[in-house]
Design a protein around this ligand. Structure first.
Ligand SMILES: *[C@@H]1O[C@H](CO)[C@@H](O)[C@H](O)[C@H]1NC(C)=O
Ligand SMILES: *[C@@H]1O[C@H](CO)[C@@H](O)[C@H](O)[C@H]1NC(C)=O
Ligand SMILES: *[C@@H]1O[C@H](CO)[C@@H](O)[C@H](O)[C@H]1NC(C)=O
Length: 175
């Protein structure tokens, strides 16, 4: 099937609130895992604290197959009161980001200044998301979206041809 260069890329996002606490957002942990070593591998996946005001995360994914056609499935599934469940065709999304669903756009804009994904399909290179300053995300999450306090899990599952290929999980706390 890879010889046809057809690639369906799904992206599942879960938002979970585990507890209500007190008013600052902080990312606490990141986890990445390839579920299909023939398809992709993670070269980097970490959060680094440089100092109190500069903290960032980096994710580098080596793609071993050539994706030219992909779609993005986003699902924000929280314990109550959140339930976001979005489906985005990735290639269509990148063709016209401005026309995309505002929630998808919102999350894409977090990442895009630091990632090499700001182009249309095909993707014939590794995906690098480098040094996304978490403080800026913290600011947006606390100021832009009226999210309640609590522990969050930004859970992304990457699926191609209906088969999970890997996941990235970002953990944070809004206090
Ligand atoms: C890309 O995906 C779209 C929608 O799933 C499909 O209609 C189209 O034929 C695909 N293109 C290629 C080149 O596979
Ligand atoms: C934190 O580190 C960054 C990058 O090295 C630097 O530009 C900034 O001035 C530092 N801030 C403090 C408060 O030390
Ligand atoms: C989310 O959307 C997908 C695709 O439309 C669907 O298969 C899934 O059941 C939905 N999940 C929830 C919790 O609504």
């Amino acid at each position: 099937m890879w010889s046809h260069y057809r690639f369906v890329f799904w992206f599942t996002v879960f938002f979970a609130i585990f507890a209500k606490i007190d008013s600052k957002f902080e990312f606490t942990n990141i986890k990445c895992e390839s579920l299909d070593k023939a398809f992709c591998g993670f070269e980097s996946c970490y959060i680094k604290s440089v100092n109190r005001s500069y903290k960032y995360f980096t994710v580098k994914v080596n793609l071993y197959q050539l994706p030219t056609n992909w779609s993005l499935f986003k699902r924000f599934n929280g314990y109550k009161p959140f339930l976001y469940n979005l489906t985005v065709d990735g290639c269509k999304f990148l063709r016209n980001v401005n026309a995309a669903n505002p929630v998808s756009k919102y999350f894409f804009e977090f990442i895009s200044p630091y990632a090499n994904v700001n182009h249309k399909c095909p993707f014939n290179h590794d995906i690098i998301v480098e040094k996304v300053p978490i403080n800026a995300m913290d600011y947006r999450l606390t100021k832009v979206l009226p999210f309640p306090e609590g522990d969050y899990l930004f859970d992304t599952l990457w699926i191609a041809y209906g088969v999970p290929r890997g996941y990235v999980k970002l953990y944070g706390t809004l206090s």
